[in-house]
Design a protein around this ligand. Structure first.
Ligand SMILES: C[S@@+](CC[C@H](N)C(=O)[O-])C[C@H]1O[C@@H](n2cnc3c(N)ncnc32)[C@H](O)[C@@H]1O
Length: 220
């Protein structure tokens, strides 16, 4: 069988339903992912079962706002799985400010930043954006923190967005209200954003990769 690899957005590749990003640090893996060579580049497989952004792309997100050179504020970096792929996408002219408040996983992001100079780890609580208000204005605010107040917190962190910047929020319905139908939760979060002057560009259901999750893509 002939398999074609195509670049579907800057530094993001697709081959037969699998995603890859162009490895910023050739030869290095971050979470045991497969590395392949393609046209003098090394690509890193991007596992959609471990990254909600990859799941959103495979489920047809209508536009990919993260590009080569983008500055990204990433809230809830955890051990750096998705941040590492964003680091590949934005490349050496971009920057990923990784906010995480759990010290154990934060150490992994610190290690990652040794090789990836475009990752800036920030040990802080995303509910207190004033703690990291020294960062530059960003093209993207990416939020994945599974908190009942996630949307409110995202709106507060939108203070870092450049004019025309995009916000991506990975919403876990069960973290917001376990008793409600996830579709109702997504609708309510969407309304909160609209009431704060955000325009919704897309809402992508992340099934089957992440049950009862959606990615909201919006713009101020
Ligand atoms: C679902 S995990 C993120 C997974 C990661 N985004 C990825 O795709 O690789 C959520 C992370 O958010 C962190 N978190 C939750 N609330 C936070 C807060 N208020 N400030 C900073 N980090 C927070 C948790 O410690 C956890 O590591």
């Amino acid at each position: 069988m002939v398999i074609y690899i195509k670049e579907i957005s800057e530094n993001v590749f697709e081959e037969n339903g699998r995603l890859y990003t162009r490895n910023l640090v050739p030869g290095k893996r971050v979470y045991g992912e497969k590395l392949i060579e393609h046209k003098k580049m090394q690509l890193r497989e991007w596992d959609a079962n471990r990254s909600k952004l990859a799941a959103a792309i495979l489920n047809g997100m209508s536009l990919m706002p993260i590009k080569d050179g983008s500055k990204v504020l990433y809230l809830g970096a955890s051990a750096g799985t998705t941040p590492s792929h964003i680091s590949d996408i934005v490349g050496s002219n971009g920057m990923v400010y990784c906010v995480e408040f759990a010290e154990r996983v934060f150490r992994t992001v610190m290690d990652l930043s040794q090789d990836r100079k475009n990752i800036a780890p920030i040990l802080a609580d995303a509910r207190k954006p004033e703690l990291y208000n020294w960062i530059e204005e960003c093209d993207i605010v990416y939020v994945d923190i599974a908190d009942p107040q996630e949307t409110e917190l995202s709106i507060r962190n939108a203070m870092f967005l450049k004019y025309n910047g995009y916000m991506l929020i990975a919403v876990k319905a069960r973290s917001i209200d376990v008793t409600k139908d996830p579709k109702q939760v997504f609708k309510e979060e969407k309304i909160k954003l609209q009431e704060s002057d955000f325009k919704i560009a897309d809402i992508i259901d992340l099934n089957p990769y992440e049950k009862d999750h959606a990615m909201i893509l919006c713009k101020k």
